[in-house]
Design a protein around this ligand. Structure first.
Ligand SMILES: NC(=O)c1ccc[n+]([C@@H]2O[C@H](COP(=O)([O-])OP(=O)(O)OC[C@H]3O[C@@H](n4cnc5c(N)ncnc54)[C@H](OP(=O)(O)O)[C@@H]3O)[C@@H](O)[C@H]2O)c1
Length: 252
């Protein structure tokens, strides 16, 4: 397989992060599978190597700045040893949490956790890795269609994703000086474990949300993963600071 460089993906032990890791590996990237537990990271590594790709696991809790920096410090020598001469070309901020509650039930802990994982984590991950990205690298952060349309009980989550988009736009000119592109992908409802697996396992909800999309169904993880892969490809080399919705046309 052609070496197109190294891709680091967070929250890569399951869901969209796992699908994205596989999609990038299939396109020749050497994938750093970052997950909170070594078992989860290894499971995705095994899937990638099982289809002939290259991957290594990295334990990382995105909610803790110290964990981000420690993971970076462990990873850099590991990369030099495992894939000498290969540079980090892609960084995917995928890890995320959703605490959904109506206004009177929102707690401070849920707010803090949401912003620690969805906003602070991606910012400090980009900060930690920016000096080590190749010139011309690509950064993608996962937003949500909920930053554009409204739904009850989503205020905290939607605000966190709007913050990721603002952050990404603001960083575009800073990173652009080195030719690094940074964008967000905003998925619509997609069938993963997210929100207790509701979009996958709750038939009534899944069909209802599907009816809200132009294409008539909720998304599959590979459909988001392939969009991330397309966004980091050379075909989209003139795109930076953008939010690209990948939702089958939800609530247009
Ligand atoms: N599925 C959807 O409908 C949808 C729609 C719009 C946007 N998104 C966004 O897409 C991204 C991926 O979602 P998903 O559907 O794949 O959700 P998921 O199946 O619930 O997976 C979430 C991932 O984030 C990881 N994570 C959570 N907290 C973390 C932390 N502190 N440190 C490191 N990793 C952490 C989880 O790791 P553990 O396995 O260790 O818990 C897991 O790998 C999220 O940013 C989400 O907001 C999803």
């Amino acid at each position: 397989m052609t070496d197109t460089g190294i891709a680091v993906v967070t929250g890569a032990g399951r869901g969209l992060g796992q699908a994205t890791s596989l999609a990038l590996a299939q396109r020749g990237y050497r994938v750093v599978v970052a997950a909170r537990s070594s078992d989860a990271a290894q499971a995705t590594v095994d899937q990638i190597t099982g289809v002939g790709g290259e991957a290594i696991p990295l334990v990382l809790d995105i909610a803790a700045i110290a964990s981000i920096r420690a993971a970076r410090d462990r990873l850099l020598p590991m990369l030099a040893e495992t894939w000498p001469g290969s540079r980090i070309q892609v960084l995917v901020n995928n890890a995320g949490v959703g605490h959904f509650a109506p206004l009177d039930e929102v707690t401070g802990d849920d707010f803090d956790d949401t912003f620690a994982v969805n906003v602070r984590g991606p910012l400090f991950l980009i900060q930690a890795f920016a000096p080590h990205l190749a010139d011309g690298a690509r950064v993608v952060s996962l937003s949500s269609s909920l930053s554009r349309h409204v739904s009850p009980a989503t205020a905290v989550y939607a605000a966190s994703k709007a913050a990721v988009e603002a952050m990404s736009r603001s960083l575009a000119p800073e990173l652009g000086r080195r030719g690094i592109r940074i964008n967000t992908i905003a998925p619509g409802p997609t069938a993963t474990d997210f929100n207790g697996g509701a979009m996958r396992d709750n038939t009534e909800l899944r069909l209802g949300l599907g009816q809200q999309t132009a294409l008539g169904r909720v998304g599959e993880p590979t459909e988001i993963a392939d969009a991330v892969a397309a966004l980091v490809s050379e075909d989209l080399r003139w795109v930076t600071g953008e939010r690209i919705e990948v939702s089958g046309g939800v609530l247009m």
